[in-house]
Design a protein around this ligand. Sequence first.
Ligand SMILES: *Cc1c(COP(=O)(O)O)cnc(C)c1O
Length: 430
Amino acid sequence: MANLTHNKFSPDTLALHAGYTYDTQRTMSVPIYQNTAYSFESLQQAAARFGLQELGNIYSRLTNPTVDVLGARLAALEGGAFGVPTASGASAIFYALVNCAQNGDNILYSNKIYGGTQTLLVHVLKRFGIEVRVFDIDDIENSLPKLIDTKTKAIFFESLSNPQISIADTEKITQIAKQNKIITICDNTVATAFLHKPFDYGVDVVVYSLSKYINGQGSALGGAIIERNGLNALIEDNPRYPAFNTPDPSYHGLIYASLPLPIFSIRVIIEWLRNIGATLSAQAAWIILQGLETLELRIKKHSQSALKVAEFLQSHPKVKSVAYPGLDSDPYNALLKKYYTNALASGLLSFEVESHQKAQQICNATELFAVVVNIGDSKSLIIHPASTTHSQLSQEELLSAGITPNTVRLSIGLENADDLIADLKQALES
Ligand SMILES: *Cc1c(COP(=O)(O)O)cnc(C)c1O
């Protein structure tokens, strides 16, 4: 596994170097290990690897050197103990949740989250016998504690959610979680480690879609699960987490808590990647590593241009309201200043116009903005959430998530901000 001895460096340095020690060819670019299985020096070594007495490669569904560099680099950037890449953000979230909860348990989740995650929680996990309970991200003290019982295994939220663009008061959530010894899982996809570090505010596990800002060019799907330093102490002997503290019959009676390793991640690999297999490919890992190298530069420009666009929209008579935490008038501006590097707020913003028809018409009238459900691309994107990304939600869920039929969402790309503003101006006035 790649080494993690780079922790004395700053994140922009880590994004270029962490987790990669040259292989025998000393290639500057991380090699793509396009490989399925690995040969053992002896049968004894093979047995030691299967028994976890020796860590090392067995088969690429579990580990791959290219993928491992990405996992180590993400963990270093986040200030975490270990990172496990997965095939997509969706699979990372599913694996992180089922690593905590099983049939009969419950998970608490924020009302403002990505539409796909909402569907996973409310509909899919239910089929696995896992109950979910929603809390109000804007009223944590009054909505979260009363949902907790002995079967509560995880609290899930997003640091910066879209399309309503809200910022979580992370410390309020993690304080309540710590009092009850419950694992918190934070989706940091939109903020990225360059804007916000959930581990600094007590979060236990960070999950990512790498398909957005981290890749940055809309060219590969990926996800990741990263655990904080010291998470083992929360899990060991904690009656909420029997799967880590009792023998695993599917792995010759292994007790995860007995391992001197980051056990949350090891179980993601041994239980979920091994048996279900949403593993990231080496090719995709390599593409995502290219994106990581320039993430710091990009997320700054995305954020600076989005602020300019938000200010323009706020001043336009056809726009009823703008949601962008970077605006002084935004309800989340104080939380942005508390939790985010240089109060940068990413490239995501949304705004309201007078009608459903006008919102749809603007999407079709833009020239530079492409109508796309993705976010975090180098190119600017526009979408009408109520008829696309969030169309599976009921009216009530839409309202609770802060979405109306008049909401338009933008993902501001790396084009010149003045060109983007001119394009939006002509679309609003067409
Ligand atoms: C896109 C997204 C996901 C899902 O990730 P995929 O890589 O598309 O599977 C999860 N969370 C957030 C916040 C996202 O934006």
